[in-house]
Design a protein around this ligand. Structure first.
Ligand SMILES: [Zn+2]
Length: 342
């Protein structure tokens, strides 16, 4: 089955955190954190339409500038979602450069910055290249509690976790997978074409069976004819991202609820359980806690990352601990993803 997106750790499990989510549909990608983006090509960075930032510790936010540099001359909007205070932080980063060469002739690039606090988006501001990145007010999107992005094909929920400072976890879910059966189309005398996108959209939006869809050449078909014969709804793909959170009961409960049933969970495993006191002091998870959270959430697969350099001789120990906790506590004994080079 075709994937809706592919996600990968940009700099491996021990590098500064960033996950690149590459959507199957044309020209779009999303980043979770911007720690070290150097391994991404300019082309990949230029496709990024959204940056979901957990918090502004330097190892998660340092390469924002690299992303900005790659997008600066592209006529599009880069949306950034992060915790309270992000608008000022982005404003400060922009203010550290000279923008005298920007003006009305510049590419229409802009940043839309959205702050999430409590259970929703609270503040919005935009910075446009044509206005030399001066800050201006922006409308807050009206979204249900916890939701930070709501697109036609997917949505993203966030939750505020405690890391000494607020740190956001994110869950991205494809809304509904609509599989096309070519044999079914052929049996109806229909061929594949752009009209299928409208048909899939109608199905996703819950349109009634008597909805009529043009199929080209003046012909039309009802949604009811397509449903079950040529278009088959299926559960969508999903992904979770959890990093930099204290292993407290409140955090663990909130994180597991946010991540309920995700297919793939990227989760920090910074310390081994034998160093649990250090993990608590630094407000990070141990690998064992990471595995348990993944199991509590009913995640399909766990991808441990954000390894402390203190374990450089055997990062695999962190993976094994997370994997064991996940398998012991999980309902289906799922295995952790292998770590390259470990
Ligand atoms: Zn941090």
């Amino acid at each position: 089955m075709a994937r809706f997106f592919r996600a990968r750790l940009v700099d491996g499990p021990a590098g500064d955190p960033a996950v690149f989510v590459d959507f199957r549909f044309a020209g779009r990608a999303l980043l979770l954190d911007a720690g070290d983006l150097a391994p991404l090509s300019g082309r990949e960075l230029g496709r990024v339409g959204d940056l979901l930032l957990s918090h502004a510790h330097m190892d998660h936010f340092a390469d924002f500038d690299r992303l900005l540099r790659a997008c600066l001359h592209r006529p599009r909007r880069l949306r950034i979602v992060g915790p309270a205070g992000l608008i000022d932080r982005v404003g400060s980063r922009l203010a550290s450069y000279s923008w005298n060469l920007l003006g009305p002739h510049s590419a229409d690039f802009s940043l839309l910055v959205l702050e999430f606090a409590g259970d929703g988006l609270r503040r919005a501001a935009s910075f446009a290249a044509r206005d030399a990145f001066r800050r201006s007010e922006a409308a807050l999107p009206v979204l249900p509690p916890g939701v930070v992005l709501d697109e036609e094909e997917f949505s993203v929920e966030a939750a505020e976790l405690d890391h000494g400072i607020p740190c956001l976890g994110f869950a991205l879910r494809e809304k509904m997978r609509v599989n096309v059966w070519r044999e079914g189309l052929a049996a109806l005398g229909l061929s594949v074409g752009p009209w299928l996108n409208a048909a899939k959209r109608a199905l996703r939006q819950g349109a009634s069976d008597d909805t009529v869809l043009p199929v080209g050449g003046g012909a039309a078909v009802s949604l009811g004819m397509l449903r079950g014969r040529a278009l088959h709804p299926a559960p969508g793909q999903s992904l979770g991202y959890l990093t930099d959170m204290a292993g407290t009961a409140a955090n663990i409960g909130r994180a597991a609820a946010l991540m309920r049933g995700v297919d793939q969970l990227f989760i920090e495993a910074m310390f081994l359980d034998i160093d649990a006191a250090l993990a608590a002091e630094r407000r990070h998870l141990t690998a064992r806690q990471a595995g348990r959270i993944a199991a509590m959430a009913g995640a399909g697969r766990i991808v441990p990352f954000h390894f402390s350099a203190r374990y450089h001789a055997d990062f695999g120990a962190l993976v094994r601990e997370a994997e064991t906790a996940f398998a012991e506590a999980g309902p289906h004994g799922a295995r952790a993803a292998p770590v390259p080079g470990s």
